[in-house]
Design a protein around this ligand. Structure first.
Ligand code: SF4
Length: 359
């Protein structure tokens, strides 16, 4: 009987009210009744299937706040999944993230709601490419960004994220006793890391299609429109974007910056849903600026998460030999002491010669 808000039953309105509070700036009252029903159905199915949902920072707010058991960046999610007792992991994110979850939780069933959820960066490089790079630069360690497929990780010495890339590059150079490392596949991340270290970098011309679209003109326009706004950029953006920003760091570093400093206005130069999701926790901060959406992340919806749990589809597997090799590379990174705080990329203060060779 519909005697609660939005035409929902009293029980359903009460159950979903805390989620509505977090998403109400992004979801219309017209959309909410259907979303509230789906959120309730998904949460019931999770209990029945003994499943947890890993929701990436770039998911839409109704997924992030409504059904995510763990939320955050890709590696943080995979680590949480490995610690969880649940038998089933649903990856509300893209395919390489589901593979990383499988690599760290080989005994669990890993599902992705849409198998087409890919990534321009992950698909920019193949395992055969990595083997050729290694032939061309024998003896140099291969550091691979986690935004890669399992077969690429299997050719890798150690993985990194944008939160620890500088630390991992410096560790690898020291461990191998060399002054250069291969850091693939994101060219911009590699260039931004190179500006923070004296270790030479050999890079690959892969890009994130979302972060490469931002321009310095976008930032100038934002500053004209909102002179008091603080501009935060992700290190998958080109160097000139980071130079024009007030702060640059991983999604975790950006979240920490906003939560600790609570600026009045913020421009987040990253995937658009990130701002909507942080906003749920810091309602007093105003988020302004361009909205670049990742078409791959946006393939994941409440509907296909529900179907995924209902029909136990689509399972993501990694061949055993590949999984073992990839796990070594991911585990090596996890075993490094965690950075005291997520890395800040300061391109303005970078004074040394920046040594990057593009393959
Ligand atoms: S935002 Fe960029 S790096 Fe992330 S999944 Fe989309 S294309 Fe890949």
């Amino acid at each position: 009987m519909a005697d609660g808000a939005f035409g929902l039953s009293k029980e359903l309105a009460e159950e979903t009210a805390p989620v509505w509070e977090k998403v109400k700036d992004h979801v219309t009252p017209l959309e909410w009744p259907e979303q509230a029903r789906l959120i309730s159905e998904i949460n019931r199915l999770k209990r029945e299937r003994d499943a947890v949902i890993l929701a990436h920072n770039y998911m839409t707010p109704e997924i992030f706040h409504g059904v995510g058991d763990y939320v955050g960046d890709s590696l943080g999610l995979a680590k949480e999944a490995a610690r969880s007792d649940a038998n089933v992991i649903v990856q509300a994110g893209v395919h390489f993230m589901a593979e990383t979850s499988k690599i760290l939780s080989p005994d669990k069933t890993v599902l992705i709601p849409d198998l087409r959820a890919g990534c321009s960066l992950a698909s920019s490089i193949t395992a055969a490419d990595v083997r050729l790079i290694k032939e061309r630069h024998p003896g140099l360690p291969v550091v691979t960004y986690v935004n890669t497929t399992a077969d690429v990780k299997a050719e890798t010495d150690i993985c990194c994220t944008s939160a620890n890339a500088v630390q991992v590059v410096e560790w690898a150079a020291k461990e191998w006793g060399v002054d250069k490392v291969i850091l693939i596949p994101d060219e911009y991340l590699a260039r931004n890391v190179a500006a923070q270290t004296t270790v030479g970098i050999i890079a690959w011309a892969g890009h994130c299609e979302v972060h490469k679209r931002f321009t310095t003109q976008d930032i100038a326009d934002m500053r004209d429109a909102w002179p008091d706004a603080e501009v935060l950029a992700h290190p998958e953006c080109p160097e000139e974007i980071l130079r024009a920003a007030d702060f640059a760091g991983s999604t975790a570093a950006m979240t920490e910056y906003v939560e600790q400093r609570r600026p009045r206005r913020v421009v987040l130069i990253t995937e658009c849903s990130m701002a909507s999701n942080i906003k749920g926790d810091v309602p007093e901060v105003e988020f302004v600026g361009p909205c670049n959406l990742c078409p791959h992340m946006k393939r994941i919806t409440l509907e296909n998460i529900r179907d995924c749990l209902l029909h136990m589809q689509f399972e993501v597997t990694v061949p055993e030999e590949m999984l073992e090799k990839a796990r070594l590379a991911v585990q090596r990174m996890i075993d490094l002491p965690p950075p005291s705080k997520p890395a800040r990329y300061d391109l303005v203060k970078a004074r040394h010669h920046v040594d990057v060779e593009l393959i």
